[in-house]
Write a protein that binds this ligand. Sequence first.
Ligand code: ZN
Length: 209
Amino acid sequence: MAHEFEVPGSDLDIGGKSKEFVVRAAWVRGILEGTDATTDGKDGSLNVRLSKSDTDVVAHGDLAVGLTMECARCTKPVALTVHNQVTALYVPAVKLPKPGGAGGKDAPDEYEFTSDEADTLPYDGDTVVLDDLVRDELLLEIPMIPLCSEDCPGIAHSPQGPTDPPGERPVDPRFAVLKDIVLDQKSTTTPKKDSAPNKPAARPSKPSK
Ligand SMILES: [Zn+2]
């Protein structure tokens, strides 16, 4: 699969290099498929500066992408602008400790980084691919409960509730017969006042064996 944002490592040196990418609306749409958010239809931008030290590449950039979501209360479209600084340290995959393995034994002693300094991402040592960085940044920015405004009143409804009172619904003619039967049963059971309340004897009994 072709990558959207890639920089050949051979272009980079310790002095750093700036790259400008268009974050295509179609790409954003694909990335956000299955989430509550999608592109606002306009292309965004990623301006990133990359510098290479030995084999590690530091990427530091500015991501600007417009998204749209539905308000969680009134379902109106909510515009959402992601405008974030992104930073990542790209380390050749062979240098990263293997998951579950002893790890780090082959790495030189001076090779050390703390994971909270920057996102550490693997690269093949040749081409730096920024797709995951951009994707993760966008996914992280999707709010759980998007609101068009903090005091959105929600979908407009009448004070007494949106539905008609049940009694005023027209009765399906097919059920009219059933209604009569229910009324009949009531009229026959009410006179039996001597039966115990927890043992309604008047209830139609099951067919005996
Ligand atoms: Zn709203």
